[in-house]
Design a protein around this ligand. Sequence first.
Ligand code: GLN
Length: 195
Amino acid sequence: TVRVGVLGLQGAVREHVQAIEAIGQTAVIIKEPEQLELVDGLIIPGGESTTMRKLIDEYGFMPALQSFAESKKPMFGTCAGLILLAKSIEGYDQPHIGVMDAKVARNSFGRQKDSFEVSLDLVDIGDDFPAVFIRAPHILEVGPDVTVLAKHNGRIVAARDGQYLGCSFHPELTDDHRITHYFVEMVQDYQKTNA
Ligand code: GLN
């Protein structure tokens, strides 16, 4: 089994742990930077990106997150986690971790649609995935090496940039674990090439 970390500062941490365990893998809740050495993949959950960034700074996580990224280990950002991974955020001068070649916009889906569910077909992953959106961001632009995995109403809502996977919605809130499984395969591929 692979050990997947879930950044445990804020947000939907427990749900990601349950999804990882449901597919027979080991989850580690990461509350201190040193714990990143225990895992070969990291999920950054949904929640509130500005709050999570404050906690990242408060706990001195940023250098460890950046060297985790440099070591080519896979990282998966869901919703706020996608915002934290993106190289550029609309309306902001600076990104957060800033490693995934994508520009995101926050809170993209309007007030009356704060929260909704749609069925999405995802490239390489499968069709009819139940995608739960909660004050979700979307991806405005991606770099040349990024694969768009899904769109909703013409907007990019899931993409992969090599070791980085990001989605606007919350795959951990349903019991369809295909996206978590896809991420686990990314971690297994990392392990094979770095064994
Ligand atoms: N709106 C939140 C943000 O900007 C993201 C919401 C979520 O993660 N469900 O960080």
